[in-house]
Design a protein around this ligand. Structure first.
Ligand code: MG
Length: 446
């Protein structure tokens, strides 16, 4: 398995492609990129994280960077702490939704947003050239200190951004599946502050992942069963670094990650003035367009990648946005995907509407979305596939900002190479499951 280096950071198999040297060199490249100052460092709960942390600290310190270590913390918490502590950057040790044997690094700017494409390419160039001498000539040894409670600031920002009293009054019964990841402890605390009765299904960061951490329906069977058995109001699932969120309804069903963003955007727009702006990526469900239409809001779409949505949200003064993969972005807390504000807004929506989550899901005009991936070890094959689609659909509306998206009246097909894995992602959405499936399979027939 090759090392995956992209604008989203670096990921690999621990002890395989992600060697100590790769970690050290990337940390040094990041130190060189920043030049000087303080770096907030955090990690998810993977067993390999502790060793990788030691290497990161040593490498950053060697080049004169000071490290503030926040321990096991969600990616959005680390991003927030970079801003709160006025640090110069952030380094997050995580392989996000990838299985347990993976790990990796994500790189954060001083504004709490990930490096963008140009900045990431600059970093990758430094990594490849091993040009680690830095800007300041002779360097002093950096320092390292531990920050005790990074959760406090994040939780308080969320409590300030929701209708706390309305949520508390409902005393929701919630089942939590953090996949024993970085969200485990902070999310239990948040839910308790929101007055919920919390059932911890998988919320122990000392234990291994109980299932594949990607919060897609096929991985949420235990959560569905537990919600039903406990007669809970809702179930929440996070990926290993807790930037993505999926919901399970009181009927024990997983409607798919797209509904996380749909429910939260519906709630926020229902309380906003007309003319608000929502920013989502090209692969996000058309449900968002329908909801925005209902409230007179505008939808802007961007290339895939959290940083692309974030920078557009800053530019367009977006009220809310995110990615259909369960990534809610709410600028009142931060310009980043954040499962914790997602939870706050979903519970807020349930409290203010006085409806069950299953009813709210049914109320949103539905689409069927089919997400598939096919192995594609090299760019040449991916390019060939895209060229075929381009010629087959040459008379349709086509967006080529990111792979290729063919847009029909009430359906679309999006095909692109993943930033993080050697695969091609195929996403098709239509009013019926059959049509979405047919669209998603049409590329293999070409
Ligand atoms: Mg993630």
């Amino acid at each position: 398995m090759t090392l995956k280096i992209s604008i989203s950071g670096v990921r690999g198999i621990t002890g395989g492609s992600l060697t100590n040297e790769v970690v050290s060199d990337f940390s040094k490249a990041f130190a060189t990129y920043l030049g000087k100052g303080q770096v907030v460092l955090g990690r998810d709960s993977r067993a390999s994280g502790e060793n990788i942390k030691d290497i990161c600290v040593k490498s950053l310190n060697q080049l004169g960077l000071d490290v503030i270590y926040v321990g096991i913390a969600p990616t959005p918490t680390v991003q927030l702490m970079v801003k709160e502590l006025k640090a110069d950057g952030g380094l997050i040790i995580t392989a996000s939704h990838n299985p347990g044997q993976w790990n990796g690094l994500k790189f954060v700017r001083s504004d709490g947003i990930f490096l963008n494409e140009n900045q990431a390419n600059e970093l990758i160039d430094k990594y490849k050239a091993k040009a680690f001498e830095g800007k300041g000539g002779q360097r002093r040894q950096g320092t390292m200190k531990t920050y005790k409670d990074p959760y406090k600031a994040h939780i308080s920002k969320i409590l300030d951004s929701v209708d706390l009293e309305a949520i508390k009054k409902r005393k929701f019964k919630v089942v939590l599946d953090s996949c024993n990841g970085a969200g485990s402890i902070i999310t239990v605390k948040l839910l308790e502050e929101l007055g919920c009765d919390v059932i911890r299904l998988y919320a122990d960061p000392d234990k291994p992942f109980p299932h594949d951490p990607e919060p897609v329906p096929e991985n949420l069977k235990d959560l569905c069963d537990k919600v039903k058995e406990a007669k809970a109001d809702i179930g929440f699932a996070q990926d290993a670094d807790a930037d993505r969120l999926a919901i399970v309804t009181d009927e024990g069903k997983a409607p798919g990650e797209e509904y996380t963003l749909a429910v939260t955007i519906e709630h926020v727009l229902s309380r906003a003035k007309k003319g608000a702006t929502v920013v989502v990526n090209l692969s996000t469900s058309m449900m968002i367009d329908d909801i925005a239409n209902k409230y007179g809001a505008k939808v802007i779409r961007t290339k895939i990648g959290e940083v692309n949505v974030a920078e557009e949200m800053v530019k367009q003064k977006g009220l809310i946005g995110g990615e259909g993969n369960g990534g809610v972005m709410y600028p009142r807390v931060g310009f980043n995907r954040d499962s914790l504000i997602g939870i706050g807004l979903v519970l807020n929506a349930m409290a203010s509407k006085g409806k069950s989550i299953s009813q709210m899901v049914k109320d949103i005009p539905g689409y069927h979305i089919v997400k598939r991936k096919i192995d594609c070890p090299n760019k040449l094959e991916a390019d060939k596939l895209i060229e075929n689609i381009r010629s087959n659909y040459k008379n349709e509306r086509i967006d080529e900002r990111d792979g290729i998206k063919v847009i029909f009246k009430d359906s679309w097909l999006h095909v692109r190479s993943s930033n993080t894995e050697p695969i091609v992602r195929i996403i098709a959405e239509a009013k019926s499951q059959e049509k979405a499936l047919r669209l998603s399979r049409s590329i293999e027939l070409q």
